[in-house]
Write a protein that binds this ligand. Structure first.
Ligand code: FE
Length: 180
C-alpha cells in the first residue's frame, strides 16, 4: 500500500507533463502528412471564419469516428502515434473539423512529449481556452476558435518567445504545405 501511495504523485506528474490519455483512445495514423478529404463535411472552410454552433449529431455525421472522438468528445490520441508529432514540413496547420487556421510550422518545435507542439497560434482568436480539472490535474484545454473542437492543452513550459507549449492532437490538425 505504501508503495502505491508513493507512486501516485509520480504518475500524476508524468500525466501532467503532456496530454494525459488515461482512457487511452488509440488513434493511430500513418502515411503522408497531407490534408484530409473533407467532401463529407460541408462546414469545412479555410476562408469562412463565421463561428459554428452545430449540434453533436451533425458533427457525428460529418466527421470520421476517430476525429469525432477527439474533437467532440475530448479523447486523446496516444503519444508518438499521430502523423504530425515529428513532422517538419513548412506550411500551415488548420482545424481538421472546420478548416480554421491554427498554427504555422515556424511556431512548431521539437517536443519530446509525442504530440505536435507549437509556441504560438496564427492569431489570438484562432483558439479558445477552457479550464480542465479532469483526472485530478489543473490544465488548460485548447479549443478551436471557430467550431469549439477539442485540440489539446496548453502548458507554460514552452520555448521563447512565448514560453507556451500548445500540445495538440495530430488528428485534430490538417497540414497544408506552403505554395512554392
Ligand atoms: Fe474548428
Amino acid at each position: 500500500m505504501k508503495r502505491i501511495i508513493l507512486h501516485v504523485p509520480l504518475i500524476l506528474i508524468a500525466l501532467a507533463a503532456c496530454q494525459a490519455a488515461p482512457q487511452g483512445l488509440t488513434v493511430t495514423q500513418s502515411g503522408a502528412a497531407m490534408s484530409s478529404n473533407h467532401s463529407q463535411n460541408p462546414y469545412y472552410s479555410r476562408t469562412d471564419t463565421t463561428k459554428l454552433d452545430l449540434p453533436d449529431e451533425v458533427w457525428k455525421k460529418v466527421l470520421s469516428p476517430e476525429l469525432y472522438a477527439v474533437a467532440r468528445k475530448g479523447e486523446t490520441e496516444r503519444a508518438f502515434t499521430g502523423k504530425y508529432w515529428n513532422y517538419e514540413g513548412l506550411g500551415t496547420y488548420y482545424c481538421a473539423a472546420c478548416g480554421n487556421a491554427l498554427f504555422r510550422s515556424d511556431a512548431k518545435f521539437a517536443s519530446t512529449c509525442g504530440w505536435p507542439s507549437f509556441f504560438e497560434t496564427v492569431r489570438s482568436g484562432s483558439v479558445e481556452y477552457r479550464e480542465d480539472n479532469s483526472y485530478g490535474m489543473m490544465r488548460t484545454e485548447v479549443l478551436c476558435g471557430r467550431c469549439d473542437a477539442h485540440l489539446g492543452h496548453v502548458f507554460d513550459d514552452g520555448p521563447p518567445p512565448t514560453g507556451k507549449r500548445f500540445c495538440m492532437n495530430s488528428i485534430s490538425l490538417d497540414f497544408e504545405p506552403n505554395s512554392k
